[in-house]
Design a protein around this ligand. Structure first.
Ligand code: ATP
Ligand code: MN
Length: 467
């Protein structure tokens, strides 16, 4: 076969220099045809669009044509021609076809219309489908949008550790990191596990959040963000929780809760607008095949202000709803942690807009959140989105050393390994605020997918770590 430099499908479809000789490589999506001519839809992942290969049967031997089945990998040389059909501008009249990789009939993505559940069990091959191609191209674009937004706004990308020895945040839901022989654990005299001979000489885990180290960055560099993997061993088998997910955590010195809300709203709108501007083909596909109201919802979010109200006001609305006959699975009262159904009621039914809820009872929020003057609520903020519920959780931080210590003592938080965190409050403490955005929850929103397992290439959930 003649050696010709490869052109990506996305580029070949834009070319209009008809008559040129081109090479494309990719995987067969479909093949149809008659006795005299075959039409092969070829996709190389660069775009959701396929390029049509026209192969005159008489030019190719029977053996080659037989191997051109769905999923097979081809290299095609041919002439770029103007497509007579509607839709595509260009197609390729094949002169040479090499089958780089044949594909048997047991290719799991052969049939159309497989369930997402089936595709999840074949997550290694689902990447080859239109839907997952679209999702993961969008996922890439959102990562770019995030870095672009923060870079343009003077934030520094700050790397926080993945292995950590502080266990104050996610008590009980951390994955341990150890090189100890789990079948022969050395114990101390009082029966506890002795970590002194472990790799780090103490108990260590995978991080549940980069925030505490992020605060160190913010109180030195002014404004930072993290964007990295996070791990939570919470046994919550929901469509919105993963054991391994990616989180974006901006942290800003001198920001108060209002600045924090402004940042969250501006940031999320920027990301959604980025998708609308840069992922048109993939969004159009998802809007057609997965969720017909997707584009409408994305436009709605960028065009409308988020509603801002306090937790206390939110509870009042929910209690009114219950009085009016609305049924919820979980009880609602002042002090209760909102379940996803409550969050979605506020967003989807009551306000019909994204909602930022603030000033939660201190009992249901983390120790580092700044106490309000009422002594009962803290300056927390959750951003609640349609379809998703909580997409962002954040707060103004307690910068006062004594007040922070009081909370730590009230909650019996083990602080012996946290002296470095407390030092931020001892050496030039300052007001600051930040939040965490779950990357996959953003991707759920932007793609219209229903299950968080379908917006990360290889999901980790309870009892599932395949691939
Ligand atoms: P939820 O109540 O939904 O479990 P959370 O209150 O535990 O969330 P935070 O600790 O505030 O969440 O984390 C910040 C953000 O990280 C959340 O707003 C959410 O977008 C995301 N997030 C939290 N836990 C998970 C998870 N297990 N899988 C995916 N994303 C998550
Ligand atoms: Mn949680």
């Amino acid at each position: 076969m003649q050696a010709i430099k490869r052109t990506k499908v996305i580029d070949v479809l834009r070319r209009t220099d008809y008559g040129a000789t081109v090479n494309v490589k990719g995987w067969v999506r479909t093949r149809r045809g008659s006795k005299s001519v075959n039409f092969i839809a070829l996709n190389d992942g660069s775009t959701i669009q396929n390029v049509q290969i026209v192969a005159d049967v008489e030019r190719f031997d029977e053996e080659t044509l037989k191997q051109i089945t769905t999923g097979a990998c081809l290299s095609v040389n041919g002439e770029l021609v103007k497509s007579p059909g509607a839709g595509q501008a260009s197609e390729i009249q094949a002169t040479e076809i090499e089958v780089l990789g044949t594909c048997g009939a047991d290719f799991p993505m052969q049939k159309k219309g497989q369930t997402f559940e089936f595709m999840r069990q074949n997550a290694h091959m689902r990447l080859r489908t239109n839907t997952f191609g679209a999702v993961f191209r969008i996922r890439h674009n959102m990562a770019i949008a995030i870095h672009k937004y923060f870079h343009e706004h003077g934030f520094f990308y700050f790397h926080t550790p993945i292995i950590t020895a502080s266990d104050c945040e996610g008590a009980g839901q951390m994955f341990q990191v150890t090189t100890k022989n789990l079948y022969d654990l050395r114990k101390t005299d009082d029966g506890k596990i002795d970590y002194s001979d472990d790799f780090f000489g103490k108990q260590t885990s995978l991080t549940v959040s980069g925030q505490l180290e992020g605060e160190l960055g913010a109180t030195a560099l002014g404004a930072i963000y993290t964007f990295g993997p996070t791990f939570r061993a919470e046994n919550s088998n929901t469509p919105r929780h993963l054991a391994e997910f990616w989180m974006i955590e901006p942290e800003v010195a001198f920001n108060d809760i209002t600045d924090n809300m402004d940042l969250a709203e501006d940031f999320i709108k920027y990301c959604v607008q980025w998708a609308l501007d840069n992922c048109q083909d993939d969004l159009a596909f998802l809007n057609k095949m997965v969720d017909h109201s997707l584009l409408e919802r994305l436009h709605f979010v960028v065009e409308h202000d988020f509603v801002r109200l306090t937790y206390t006001e939110g509870i009042r609305i929910l209690e009114e709803a219950v009085k009016g006959g609305r049924k919820f699975e979980f009880p609602i009262y002042w002090g209760a942690d909102l379940a996803s159904e409550h969050e979605r009621y506020l967003v989807e039914e009551h306000f019909k807009r994204p909602v930022i809820l603030t000033d939660y009872p201190k009992e249901i929020k983390a120790f580092y959140m700044k106490m309000n003057d009422d002594g009962k609520t803290v300056r927390a903020m959750d951003v609640l989105f349609p379809q998703i519920g909580e997409i962002i959780g954040g707060s103004e931080r307690e910068e006062n050393y004594d007040k922070l210590m009081t909370r730590i003592e009230e909650l019996h938080i083990p602080m012996k390994d946290m002296w470095w965190y407390l030092d931020t409050r001892r050496f030039g403490t300052c007001p600051h605020a930040g939040f965490g955005l779950g990357f996959e929850r953003l991707i759920l929103f932007v793609t219209g997918m229903q299950n968080i397992r379908d917006v990360i290439p290889f999901p980790r959930t309870p009892k599932s770590a395949e691939f």
